[in-house]
Every structure is written in C-alpha cells, then in structure tokens.
Design a protein around this ligand. Structure first.
Ligand SMILES: C[S@@+](CC[C@H](N)C(=O)[O-])C[C@H]1O[C@@H](n2cnc3c(N)ncnc32)[C@H](O)[C@@H]1O
Length: 191
C-alpha cells in the first residue's frame, strides 16, 4: 500500500472508506491509480463532475499538492454531499487546491466562466450515467488537446453506458480504451 497520507490522515481516509458504498466512492485501487496518474503525467488542471463526499477529489487534489502545482474544480448538485465534501477538504487541508462548484452539469457550465475557461488536462466523469455523453460534449471545448477524459462505472453500469462507450469508440475526436479496474474506466485522449 502506498503511504501518501500522514498516519492521521490515513486513518481519516480509512474512515471515509467505511461509508464508500453510501457515497458511491471509487474503490481505493482506482483512487491510487488516479493519484499516480496525476503525479506521473504532471497534469495541472482537473475537472471532476460528481464530488459526492469528496473521496475521489481528495486523492486527485493530494496528487496536485504533492506535485506542488495545479488546481481542481469539482461539481456537485446535492447540497448535503456538497457541504460534507467541504468539511472533508478542510480536514485534509486541500481547500486551497479545490474549487467546489454547487450545481448540475452540464447546465452549470453556462454560468461558470472558471469552468468554461478551464483548459483542463483531465476530466473525471463520475455523475449520473445517462448524462455522460451530454456532459462530455459540453466539456469538450474546455479540455486541452492531448487532455484526458476518465469515465467511471463502465463495467458496473454496462447497460446504462453502452451507447456512451459505443459512441466514444467511434468518436474521432478521441482515442479511447477501457481499463478493467474497479468498476471499469473508460480512458480517452483528446486528439
Ligand atoms: C458516484 S457519486 C461521485 C463519487 C465520487 N466521485 C467519489 O468517487 O468519491 C456521483 C455524485 O454526482 C452527483 N451528480 C449526479 N449527477 C450530477 C450532475 N449532472 N451534476 C453534478 N453532480 C451530479 C450526485 O449527487 C452524486 O453525489
């Protein structure tokens, strides 16, 4: 197991993991992969759709913090989980790196110029499955050329995401593949 957090924060991570089903969090192996990916790629600007209580956000923001550069915007439409995430980000001292956006994607993009001008290196999609395609289409201009899209639940929600996967595989704007880790990830590079 990687030692990314201090002992005290690792205990808090373990405590968050006790409720991971309730908050639909990514499993730890995926969190660690996202952490490593951000460390290795040096990506600096991350957009997450679907914060929940902030578990995945914490891992990605910690990677940006350890790289000593970068910012993360995360969008959540449920006020209870939005506020819970806010508390968790303070606990992990990541609130300087994370900008929380309360609202529903993709509509929120129309009123948030920070997102529109984000020029993101990484989009992590982990919200309502039936909206992945619409959110991605609307985010497309905000993702850098060569930037990455990672979409969660490709295997766990195979039926709901079937059309999204088929579309992505034939979408010339991206090169994509499926990674069988956790609930299944679709990873795509913007051409
Ligand atoms: C699967 S959970 C996110 C889990 C989180 N990424 C993690 O792994 O710790 C999905 C969250 O997205 C939020 N959500 C769903 N559709 C959304 C949308 N269109 N815009 C913003 N938030 C959305 C839900 O309220 C829920 O809290």
């Amino acid at each position: 197991m990687m030692n990314i957090f201090s002992r005290e924060l690792e205990d808090k991570i373990l405590s968050l993991e006790k409720t991971n089903k309730h908050y639909w969090n990514i499993p730890r192996e995926v969190a660690q992969m996202l952490y490593l990916f951000i460390r290795l790629s040096g990506c600096q600007r991350v957009l997450e759709i679907g914060t929940s209580n902030g578990y995945s956000t914490i891992w990605m923001a910690q990677a940006l913090k350890d790289n000593k550069i970068g910012y993360l915007w995360t969008v959540e439409s449920n006020i209870t989980r939005f506020k819970l995430a806010e508390k968790n980000f303070l606990t992990f001292d990541l609130n300087q790196i994370i900008t929380q956006v309360f609202g529903h994607a993709p509509e929120i993009f129309d009123i948030n110029s920070n997102i529109r001008e984000g020029n993101f290196d990484l989009l992590f999609l982990d919200a309502t499955k039936k909206q992945y395609q619409d959110i991605l289409n609307q985010c497309y201009p905000f993702i850098k050329k060569g930037g990455l899209v990672i979409a969660d639940n490709i295997q766990s929600h195979q039926f709901a995401l079937e059309n999204f996967v088929i579309n992505m595989q034939s979408d010339e704007r991206f090169d994509s593949d499926i990674l069988k880790i956790g609930d299944g990830l679709l990873i795509a590079v913007k051409n």
